[in-house]
Design a protein around this ligand. Structure first.
Ligand code: ADE
Length: 408
């Protein structure tokens, strides 16, 4: 725990300048106080952007207990700065898994009414420990695709006990955060860690969902030739028509210089694929969990592992070739860079703040999954446009009538 409070405060203030939509929400919350006496358990990557969300909730009257969404993603300067401002934080970079889940249990022990989560560890833990039997949980908000998939599975199994809002699914969130945010920040993490020139490299992007699309396009923008691997025929076709080369991972493994996983699934890069890679290949993951590259087998089979720079491991394979694993296969954009830029988290976290307010106003919802209300999604998008100085047209009455008519 070596965070520098002053630096943390500067980082949070800098991010605030780039988060005008959230700042507007914060000003309103400070006067209306929608969260008076509401306790939040917040499990998000502890970054300067998250700090601005937490301060927005706090200015609205909330008591917040903050824990990280990944053991390696905490910015210690920010964590210490938040503590100095009186926020309850249990987070530091390099937590063990026991410490990580212990932090979530600690936040849950303060009888939260609202859980904000990223990846669903907090929501699932709340169900496993049934914290709902001891206090009234109004509901939860889920930030990311992996969390949405897990909560859908929980619901399908008939085990979901609270309402959960899928903030990830808001258009003003996922079309921008997942695509442009992850695209830029993952390339940023790889460059900060390795100093490589992307131009001229063969970059293999595993997965062509919104995240994969973002990564592939940023890598191409830097001059790389990008190869995409996919399991979905539709997405593979999209990648082909977007001008990328598509092939199976077994083939891509032989030619790639840099590999980036963005699938949300296990073993997108199986160990066998690593064994055919070129000497010096770089491996990075940007999906939520450290399962997309088969890191466990890689570590087990390694002839040697040497940390050549912080979170850059040189792994010598049994065949004598070296690969460089970044961030231990965890989210490269948060471990080796600063996560998504504030400008894009502005929209994600404005959705989080406004949906929290909505949840407080609708306390008695039945358990289930809920979309972000359309008005909130559109409000975030239109406010963002306004803060960017962009104006758009409005439908005329004639156009509205035309769109609602079946007549030719
Ligand atoms: N997820 C990705 N980037 C993030 C950021 N900057 N803050 C919080 N969560 C994030």
């Amino acid at each position: 725990m070596t965070g520098n409070i002053e630096l943390g405060i500067k980082k949070i203030d800098w991010a605030k300048r780039l988060m005008p939509v959230l700042s507007k929400v914060r000003e309103r919350f400070a006067s209306e106080r929608p969260f008076e006496n509401v306790v939040f358990s917040v499990t998000l990557h502890v970054t300067k952007e998250t700090a601005n969300l937490v301060e927005t909730l706090r200015d609205g009257g909330a008591k917040v207990y903050l824990t990280p969404a990944n053991p390696l993603s905490t910015d210690d300067d920010v964590a210490e700065a938040l503590k100095s401002k009186g926020v309850e934080v249990r987070a530091w970079r390099g937590m063990s898994m026991d410490e990580y889940f212990g932090a979530i249990d600690w936040a849950h022990s303060h009888s939260p009414s609202i859980l904000i989560d990223d990846g669903a560890d907090s929501i699932i833990r709340a169900h496993e420990k049934n914290i709902m039997s001891k206090n009234r949980v109004y509901g939860a908000l889920e930030e990311t695709t992996t969390g949405v998939i897990r909560i859908r599975a929980l619901e399908k199994a008939g085990r979901l006990m609270i309402p959960v809002f899928f903030v990830n699914e808001a258009q003003s969130k996922k079309l921008f955060d997942n695509r442009y945010g992850t695209g830029q920040s993952s390339v940023d993490g790889i460059i900060r860690a390795t100093s490589i020139l992307f131009a001229g490299k063969k970059v293999v992007v595993c997965g062509y969902g919104l995240v994969g699309k973002g990564v592939a396009n940023r890598a191409r923008g830097l001059g790389a030739s990008v190869i995409v691997t996919e399991v979905s025929p539709i997405r593979a076709l999209e990648a082909v028509m977007d001008g990328f080369t598509v092939m199976p991972i077994g083939e891509a493994a032989k030619v790639g210089d840099v590999f980036i996983t963005a699938t949300g699934n296990v073993k997108a890069i199986p160990y066998e694929a690593v064994t055919v890679m070129k000497d010096g290949a770089i491996l990075a993951n940007v999906g939520h969990f450290d399962v997309e590259i088969d890191v466990a087998t890689l570590y087990r089979e390694a002839k040697s592992i040497n940390e050549v720079k912080p979170f850059v491991e040189e792994i010598v394979l049994p065949n004598g070739r070296r690969v460089y694993l970044l961030a231990k296969g965890r989210v490269v954009n948060l471990v080796l860079a600063e996560g998504h830029p504030p400008d894009v988290m502005d929209m994600s976290f404005s959705n989080q703040a406004l949906v929290s307010e909505h949840l407080v106003k609708h306390k008695g919802l039945t358990p289930g999954v809920y979309p972000v209300p359309e008005e909130i999604d559109m409000l975030v998008a239109s406010t963002k446009l306004r803060t960017m100085g962009v104006e758009i047209d409005e439908l005329t009455d004639e156009q509205k009538e035309y769109l609602s008519s079946w007549k030719t």
